[in-house]
Design a protein around this ligand. Structure first.
Ligand code: ZN
Length: 95
């Protein structure tokens, strides 16, 4: 799946993606931040998981979205992660 449209709605704290299948999905910012795949979050997630604890993202306030090649987006979180790449495949899996 690939998106045909991506719209960030900061007042609702959701990212709306319309996929080329015609399906529209609203992703809460919190869900996206919690799924961050950057090295720091992966390490933190693994550490907490070993202790049986849930991962909590540092920030779920969206600052900006940048395209990454043709395969995904990078989401910059205010006061949080800046290097978590969200591929189309990973976003489709979160839907
Ligand atoms: Zn991260």
């Amino acid at each position: 799946m690939r998106p045909t449209q991506i719209t960030a709605n900061k007042s609702d704290a959701t990212l709306r993606i319309t996929w080329d299948t015609g399906r529209t999905v609203d992703y809460p910012f919190y869900q996206l931040a919690a799924a961050c795949k950057c090295a720091a979050c992966n390490d933190e997630r693994a550490r907490l998981s070993a202790e049986g604890k849930a991962f909590v993202p540092k920030s779920a306030v969206l600052e900006a979205i940048e395209p990454v090649g043709s395969y995904g987006i990078n989401i910059l979180w205010k006061d949080g992660c800046r290097y978590g790449i969200y591929t189309w495949d990973s976003l489709a899996a979160l839907a």
